[in-house]
Write a protein of this length. Structure first.
Length: 188
């Protein structure tokens, strides 16, 4: 099934439409007896349907709270500054300010936030650049269903994650520090 079909068929998209930010209280609602989420997440993508798809996936994960979403780079920087998320899922191709420049600004206003790029760009040079400049993960949109959750686990433990399709293309020279965990996505 193509990613666009999977997005449109997701339970979140079907039940709430493509926007995640409107029902934030419902998405982050805690069930009785369930511990409070420990990781606050900001989702940034200019496609509402993709944000809704990611929200649907994250809704199934305990320990996460979606605190906001943004549709462009400047809005992402503002929300990161205001909300201080633990994790930011960030697209590269954004209006007003691209994701790479937004990540650089975010690192100054929310220095403890970890960034995972979720992008359509299967480009080793871009992956190398963003991971070398502070990003913690790089996941291809086409692999969101299978790799986003493992990427978040690795990144939230302090490691770095690289999508398997990109990692097969070239060795990126990351992870040379013995104290740094680098997880290359599951090879298919």
């Amino acid at each position: 099934m193509a990613l666009s079909e999977e997005i449109e068929n997701s339970s979140y998209y079907q039940s709430r439409g493509p926007i995640c930010s409107e029902p934030i209280a419902e998405v982050s609602k805690i069930s009785p007896g369930r511990p409070m989420p420990s990781h606050r997440v900001l989702i940034v993508d200019d496609h509402e349907s993709f944000r809704g798809f990611v929200c649907s996936m994250l809704q199934e994960r305990p320990g996460l709270q979606i605190i906001a979403e943004a549709s462009d780079g400047l809005e992402a920087v503002r929300k990161a500054d205001e909300l201080q998320p633990d994790l930011i899922l960030l697209d590269i191709g954004l209006p007003t300010l691209d994701g790479i420049d937004a990540a650089q600004r975010i690192s100054r206003v929310a220095p403890n936030a970890k960034v995972i790029f979720v992008t359509q760009h299967n480009d080793t040079e871009i992956a190398r650049a963003v991971l070398s400049n502070g990003a913690s993960g790089y996941v291809l949109k086409m692999d969101t269903r299978s790799e986003l959750s493992p990427a978040m686990d690795v990144v939230l433990r302090g490691g770095k994650f690289l999508s398997s399709r990109v990692s097969r293309t070239a060795s990126l020279g990351i992870g040379s520090d013995r104290n740094q965990t680098v997880s290359l996505g599951t090879l298919r």
